[in-house]
Design a protein around this ligand. Structure first.
Ligand code: AHR
Length: 492
């Protein structure tokens, strides 16, 4: 039995809705087929974007969407992606499968997608192979009102009003696919490029510098020291690799062992150490926490599904993915004083996706359900939830068994999200609720196997169901979570 308590009158800061951000790259079937089918497709669509996917994603209230990459952004030349589609330049997507990119999905189409999703765009600019001038002109093209060469060109291409583009990334993974740079060199380039990322009219750009890969603390140190005063955000990329080794076999998305279940969750919990240690460096240069930590790529990365293009990063999504999502979101809330945005990789058909498609079919993944369950935390006020987690032991190793978070929304409702990481042990909870009297209800996501997942034949095998709970007159909430589960409890 775990004893918890929460005082619903004591809040400790806002959980930015941007912690629920998404990422969509020109990679595999994420953009093309997964979202963009074109206006002449038999698949029902709105301005070329498929309606089934739009409808599912709109439910999630996605606050911000990062595009066009990833590594693709480091090769993307935005001018190739505007104007008449049939006249757009073609290119080879050399990072992702070597396939042809016809540029039919470009700036206008992406910003239309954002309008349809009612989400804020986060554009990732090209430092790896693009010029300062090209980046300056892209921002001008999107955001300049009045008359200017780029604003006039935008109008010729069918868009009169400028768009609001707040979030702009000045480079992506410039320590790797974005140019294999040293931090000292990139810090200078960041200063140079960012100077020309202008605010036009009322549009205020939030500039995000390329941050570290995993535990490259030197990168954070150099960037904060040399350019911290010129950035609004600094990114961090960390992927959960089940085996812990990206290069020697990541582990399969389904059919994994109990040991792989455990190592996946252990590896995902490493996110906390990364947040703490990178934050300590940021605190040294920015004690007032003006620079946001932007975890704009995270999630589980497994081997691709057998028989699919290895460059397309298509993987199934199981109950294990749901726990990875739940644990990371709970962590982001814990450190929300520094973390201002997070973008799971990636939204459709790639890595830890929300939805999977095949032709005209679409299904919701367990990760989708977690994002749906957790969306109540968006812009809510954080509550201090106290508990002591028992250890989840496997062999000689142990990790905390329980991950949890709580918040209070603008209507005064309290939301508690809890994950049980154990593969085989349920857990009972007794949570003292102080500060008000409420009624309670809850839902829980669990599976009939550790790798339970949804397929087109069985699209609802993993879906939330009602959680049995009681709330006594004295304010004690009692419930039991099955092994390998994610729950949300709401107090009204
Ligand atoms: O999300 C897939 C890839 O992972 C991105 O393109 C890159 O930025 C990262 O290495």
């Amino acid at each position: 039995m775990i004893n918890m308590n929460v005082n619903t009158t004591v809040t400790t800061g806002t959980l930015s809705r941007h912690l629920h951000g998404q990422f969509a790259e020109h990679l595999g079937r994420c953009i093309y087929e997964g979202m963009w089918v074109g206006t002449d497709s038999p698949i029902p669509n709105t301005d070329g974007i498929r309606n089934d996917v739009l409808e599912a994603l709109r439910e999630l209230n996605i606050p911000v969407l990062r595009w066009p990459g990833g590594c693709f952004a480091d090769e993307y030349h935005w001018k190739d992606g505007v104007g008449k589609p049939e006249e757009r330049a073609r290119m080879v997507n050399s990072h992702w499968g070597g396939v042809e990119e016809n540029n039919h999905f470009g700036t206008h189409e992406f910003l239309r997608l954002c309008e349809l999703l009612e989400t804020e765009p986060y554009i990732s600019g090209n430092v790896g192979s693009g010029t300062v001038h090209e980046m300056q002109q892209w921002v001008e093209y999107m955001t300049q009102d009045g008359t200017s060469p780029m604003a006039d060109w935008r109008r010729q291409n069918g868009r009169d009003e400028p768009w609001n583009v707040t979030y702009f990334g000045v480079g992506n993974e410039n320590w790797g696919c974005g140019g294999n740079m040293r931090p000292e060199y990139y810090a200078d380039l960041y200063r140079h490029y960012a100077t020309y990322v202008r605010n036009y009219g009322d549009n205020q750009v939030y500039k995000i510098a390329c941050g570290a890969n995993t535990d490259d603390y030197k990168w954070t140190e150099v960037l904060m020291r040399e350019a911290g005063h010129l950035m609004n955000g600094l990114s961090l990329h960390y992927y959960t690799i089940p085996s812990g080794n990206f290069f020697t076999g990541k582990g399969a998305a389904t059919g994994f062992t109990t040991e792989e279940w455990f190592s996946t969750l252990k590896n995902t919990l490493f996110m906390e150490e990364l947040i703490v240690k990178h934050s300590q460096i940021m605190d040294k240069y920015d004690p007032e926490k003006k620079v946001g930590m932007i975890i704009d790529e995270w999630g589980i990365w497994t081997e691709v599904e057998p028989g699919t293009n290895p460059g397309f990063l298509f993987q199934q999504n199981t109950v294990r993915d749901a726990i990875v999502a739940g644990v990371n979101l709970n962590l982001f809330y814990k450190y929300a004083d520094r973390i201002k945005m997070a973008n799971i990789a990636q939204m459709v058909n790639v890595l830890q996706a929300m939805v999977l498609t095949e032709g005209d079919q679409m299904l919701l993944t367990p990760t989708y359900h977690v994002f749906n369950m957790y969306q109540v935390h968006q812009d809510s006020e954080r509550l201090e939830l106290h508990w002591e987690s028992p250890e989840y032991v496997l062999g000689a190793q142990s990790i905390p068994k329980i991950s949890a978070a709580a918040s209070k929304d603008a209507q005064g409702q309290v939301h508690i999200t809890v994950c049980n990481l154990s593969h085989n042990e349920s857990e009972t909870f007794s949570c003292a609720i102080e500060g008000g009297s409420y009624t309670a209800n809850g839902i829980v996501l669990a599976g009939d196997a550790l790798d339970a997942h949804n397929t087109f034949a069985q699209p609802d095998r993993v879906a939330p169901t009602e959680l049995n709970l009681t709330l006594s007159a004295e304010g004690v909430l009692s419930f039991e979570l099955p092994p390998a589960s994610v729950a949300r409890i709401t107090l009204s």
